[in-house]
Design a protein around this ligand. Structure first.
Ligand SMILES: [Zn+2]
Length: 431
């Protein structure tokens, strides 16, 4: 069970740390003994995870507090990495939370002396900016603290530690988790893409052309002074699929969008929120080009509405960057759904387009092409309802994993044209 952010914000600091740790442990982003988290309190105290305690069962009572006068309050010894946390707080007085862990995709980069490239995915670049790299020093040493603090003082918010792991810093829990999880997703995508195509081109110019595209034009018509009744009918189900998408690794805490058609208009996820703990009241209802007062709707809203407008049978849309499917996308490797009948039946042939096709994406989506990938951006997955769209997204990532493994094993046999035609006929699939 993942706790809600407002709960984080209203509960004691020690409890906030325990909740974040449980969350990253349950998402398999840290091990029982690895990693540590600290939060700096308003009075200058540093609350930090203890040394040598099983992270899976840790509670608020296990968190240690180091007061501004260096006195220590708590049942355990503070994390052995306390020196680097203190060094960071001394050099970056603008931040109040530090998250350190050894997630395997980032350890892989750390061990090769390189950093993942957030620019391979537009949303990731916006979240992570650039990544620093810190020279190796003995864990727990003053030297390691100095090396890390020096790198953070250059303005980075996330750094990789050579032959060690990752450290992310922020002013709040949302941002630190967003940076941490986004970089892990980017690392997974980049590793998958590299295995598929060692020399895949890293396109760094696409965001310039993307920014010129008037994707927000329809949104400009929306006004925030409307307080339409909240869509209580559909909101719980949408939140349920949001949470499932997060737990299944199809969304990260800061990326992944869902929109559904409702009786009066649309219900869409907001621009900035935690996918792991979304509240129904955070969702945005859109009626007659006006959105419900409150959170900003996703900046993709205009695009999503254009898909609904051109496809009366589509009632739910997901937009995501699942790591294996995006590995195919980034490496420009053909994603073939024709490897098993079930994948072809539900996904059909998946189109991959240049990112500048985003404004006109609606014309590429139909009953016979329910999924469309956009280079460096993500995949649009549509369905007649939330379940069908979610199932297609889940199946697309599963199929990508199967195809990825098949490519490593040897020559992949796709279903023949005759077998596909037989399937289309037998199931009366849309042409
Ligand atoms: Zn460590």
């Amino acid at each position: 069970m993942i706790s809600k952010f407002p709960y984080y914000q209203n509960c004691p600091v020690a409890e906030q740390i325990a909740i974040i740790l449980h969350r990253i442990y349950s998402m398999k982003l840290t091990t029982s003994s690895g990693g540590n988290i600290s939060i700096k309190d308003d009075d200058g105290s540093i609350w930090i995870t203890p040394a040598s305690i099983d992270k899976s069962s840790l509670t608020k009572d296990d968190i240690v507090c180091i007061k501004a006068d260096n006195s220590i309050i708590g049942q355990h010894k503070p994390s052995s990495e306390l020196p680097f946390h203190q060094a960071i707080y001394n050099s970056r007085t603008d931040i109040s939370i530090i998250l350190h862990a050894h997630p395997d995709p980032l350890v892989a980069f750390s061990a090769t002396g390189t950093t993942p490239k957030p620019e391979i995915i537009l949303a990731a670049k916006e979240t992570c900016q650039s990544i620093g790299f810190v020279k190796y020093a003995l864990p727990g040493s003053t030297q390691l603290g100095q090396n890390i603090a020096d790198t953070f003082s250059k303005g980075f918010n996330t750094v990789l530690l050579e032959n060690h792991g990752v450290v992310s810093i922020a002013c709040n829990i949302y941002d630190v988790l967003a940076q941490f999880e986004t970089l892990i997703n980017v690392a997974r995508i980049q590793i998958n893409a590299t295995i598929l195509n060692k020399n895949f081109p890293i396109n760094t110019d696409y965001d310039k052309s993307f920014k010129k595209i008037p994707i927000l034009s329809a949104l400009q018509k929306l006004t925030s002074d409307v307080t339409e009744p909240f869509d209580i009918e559909n909101a719980p189900l949408l939140c349920n699929y949001l949470n499932r998408s997060y737990i299944q690794g199809l969304f990260t805490s800061s990326s992944g969008t869902i929109a559904i058609r409702t009786k009066n208009g649309y219900l869409i996820t907001p621009e900035k929120f935690d996918r792991g703990s979304c509240f129904e009241s955070e969702l945005v209802s859109i009626y007659d080009n006006k959105y419900r007062h409150g959170k900003e709707p996703s900046k993709l809203s205009a695009i999503l509405i254009s898909i609904f407008d051109s496809n009366p049978d589509i009632n739910a849309i997901f937009f995501a960057q699942p790591p294996t499917l995006m590995g195919f996308n980034i490496s420009q490797t053909n994603f073939v759904s024709r490897i098993i009948p079930e994948a072809y039946m539900f996904l059909r042939d998946v189109t991959s387009l240049e990112p500048d096709k985003l404004p006109s994406i609606a014309k590429y989506i139909s009953a016979s092409t329910p999924l469309v990938m956009l280079q460096n951006l993500g995949v649009f997955v549509t369905g007649k309802n939330l379940f069908q769209a979610f199932d297609r997204l889940e199946l697309a990532e599963f199929t990508a994993k199967a195809l990825f493994s098949a490519i490593q094993l040897g020559r992949v046999n796709s279903m023949s044209k005759e077998q596909i035609n037989e399937l289309i006929k037998a199931l009366d699939l849309p042409k």
